[in-house]
Design a protein around this ligand. Structure first.
Ligand SMILES: [Zn+2]
Length: 612
């Protein structure tokens, strides 16, 4: 009897939704690219480990290139959204709608077996739905063997052939990619507009291509002495096999994506970061950009060191900055960026994409669902990095994020950050919610818990969640553990609602020889309040009204000034007052949050100055 009860308890625990697990994939691919017609074909062996507590009877692969066909969901969305992306929508027309059959993209699976048995599959737009020959049990492993072929689309968005800057092949989202099944279920998102979520695993990729082409991307090159093109050990002789093609062999351990790019005119430079990875730079031999791309290299090393110090050590031995794509996009161990930019813009895009190595690649948030953790945290840390490595010395490095957010609120078009990244009404609303409001989540968290605690939170978050799929609750819990404060209200109001913050100074009035300051809460979102008081005799002091539901107080953010910690302000109480031990005519100004890191949507009522 006792044994039976114990057995039952164990089973129940194993089925609990609260235990973290993640799937694992090992890809082995051999691919041949025809550089004349941009068609390629290949084989893929995928060993899939089901670490979930569930039996799986269907799996889903992404076939991203199918988005670049007239009538695709990406095309339909482009034609119906009010503010389409200017890279994809030109002269009032969808560029996808105009692709001829030789310029569309496609990715077709021609044969698929599971442990040697044929499986049935159907293509539904950009997703391949596979009915398994036999279910994969919880804890089980299975091997898929596939043949596939594809055509690289004319570059419309992110990937493609012949980019606007003349890069031949920007190969992101190019292979049949297993969709992620995680603790939230399947994420077989159709490719409509943006962002990706993948399964962690190891990649072994052999790529056969015209020998004139120089290739860069995810993964360590295994046969540099056969390849050359700047990959060979310095001063050694390259021994190439005969023939018109070369087979590049890459391995990328513990990543969730694999990108490559190729061009016959790439220059390839490398730079070793001290105590860090080897940086690779691949860019077109184009006079206009050469100087900037040389100057970019030491800045990349500086940025790498900045992120290593402020978030945690970059775990791979290689990172590649590659000219390609249509703006800037982050990939495993690499990025594709456009190269014809001013130096400041080139450094800016490199810093942003490199920062994604932490916030999205290594901390692999589901960026379709939690876009603000991906773009927002990246924007936050890259603003700090730019401020340092480009000597910007801005007092508030996040100023543009705040401006963007206030603008969105004023427009009335804001949607909560819990919106799926493809489902915002406007690209504008997505952009500000993800990048600007997402950056403010962290900069404002620094206001709430203190700057030191914020940076400690980031380092602990990285340590605890690297190589996983962290969720919004994980960053909140980390900040709670580091600060000792309750922050559920912060996550809820900021990310799941469009509630805004508006605190004001209602009145500053004489009370005999003393002064009473009355504050009011006008917006729905709670906040703790810092107040700076300036006196006519030139002195200053600060006051701090903690938020009751936080159950904690931050350290004095202005250590050179005297701070008085006032009584807690309970959220439901609309007004709050405190006393200054000085007559009213000695008050020069009273200011709510002089740091301006609290995203108060009405700053006009944040300052009191007596009429002259
Ligand atoms: Zn980004």
């Amino acid at each position: 009897m006792i044994v039976a009860i114990l057995g039952l308890t164990t089973t129940l625990e194993a089925q609990s939704n609260h235990t973290y697990w993640q799937q694992h994939v090992d890809y082995t691919m051999e691919v041949a690219m025809d550089v004349k017609n941009y068609q390629y074909s290949g084989t893929q062996k995928l060993v899939y480990t089901n670490n979930s507590p569930d039996e799986i009877d269907r799996v889903f692969y992404h076939l991203f290139f199918n988005a670049f066909q007239p009538g695709s969901e990406m095309d339909m969305r482009l034609q119906s959204i009010k503010d389409p992306d200017g890279r994809m929508f030109v002269d009032g027309k969808s560029r996808i709608a105009g692709l001829t059959p030789d310029k569309i993209g496609y990715l077709r699976v021609t044969d698929l077996t599971q442990d040697g048995e044929k499986v049935s599959f159907t293509e539904e737009g950009t997703i391949l739905v596979v009915n398994l020959a036999k279910p994969i049990p919880a804890g089980g492993k299975t091997t898929f063997d596939m043949t596939f072929n594809g055509q690289v689309p004319e570059q419309v968005r992110r990937a493609g052939r012949n980019s606007s800057e003349g890069v031949a092949l920007s190969m992101s989202q190019w292979y049949p990619k297993m969709a992620e099944y995680d603790f939230e279920g399947w994420h077989a998102y159709p490719y409509i507009g943006r962002e990706f979520h993948g399964v962690w695993g190891d990649f072994d990729v052999k790529l056969t291509i015209d020998k004139k082409y120089v290739v860069g991307g995810s993964g360590y090159l295994q046969n540099p002495q056969e390849i050359g093109h700047g990959y060979e050990a310095p001063g050694t002789k390259v021994k190439r096999p005969r023939g018109k093609t070369l087979t590049w062999h890459f391995k990328a351990p513990m990543v969730h994506d694999f990108m490559w790019a190729a061009d016959p005119d790439y220059i390839h430079d490398t730079l070793q970061v001290e105590d860090g990875p080897l940086l690779h730079f691949l860019y077109k031999d184009d006079k206009e950009i050469l100087e900037n791309w040389k100057k970019l290299q030491p800045k990349t090393a500086e940025a790498m060191k900045f992120f290593n110090n402020n978030i945690g050590k970059y775990p791979y031995d290689q990172y590649s900055v590659i000219q390609g794509g249509d703006g800037g996009m982050e990939y495993a161990m690499s990025t594709l960026i456009t190269g014809g930019r001013s130096f400041g813009s080139l450094v800016g895009v490199m810093v942003h994409e490199l920062a994604h190595s932490w916030f999205q690649h290594i901390l692999a948030t589901n960026e379709s669902k939690h876009e603000w953790m991906d773009e927002g945290f990246t924007s936050f840390i890259s603003s700090l990095c730019m401020n340092q490595i480009m000597d910007q010395n801005k007092q508030n490095p996040f100023e543009n994020s705040y401006k963007g957010y206030y603008n969105l609120v004023a427009s009335g078009k804001e949607q909560p950050q819990t919106t799926h990244s493809d489902r915002y009404d406007l690209n504008f609303a997505y952009g500000v919610a993800a990048y600007s409001k997402g950056a403010i989540f962290l900069s404002q968290l620094g206001y709430v818990i203190g700057q030191d605690k914020l940076m400690e939170t980031l380092r602990k978050y990285y340590e605890d969640f690297k190589f996983k799929h962290p969720t919004p609750n994980d960053i909140k819990r980390t900040a709670e553990k580091v600060s000792g404060m309750h922050l559920d209200w912060y996550l809820t109001d900021w990310t799941q609602t469009t509630n805004t913050i508006d605190y004001g100074i209602k009145e500053v009035a004489a009370k005999g020889e003393k002064t009473v300051v009355t504050l009011e809460r006008i917006g729905a979102m709670p906040m703790p309040i810092d107040i700076l008081v300036l006196y006519n005799d030139g002195t200053q002091e600060t006051f701090y009204a903690p938020l009751r539901m936080m159950y904690g107080e931050k350290e004095n953010p202005y250590p050179t000034l005297k701070r008085t910690v006032l009584n807690d302000w309970p959220w439901a109480q609309p007004e709050y007052d405190f006393v200054l031990e000085t007559p009213l005519d000695n008050i020069k100004a009273v200011v709510i949050d002089p740091s301006q890191l609290m995203a108060d949507v009405n700053e006009e009522n944040n300052v009191y100055q007596p009429q002259e």
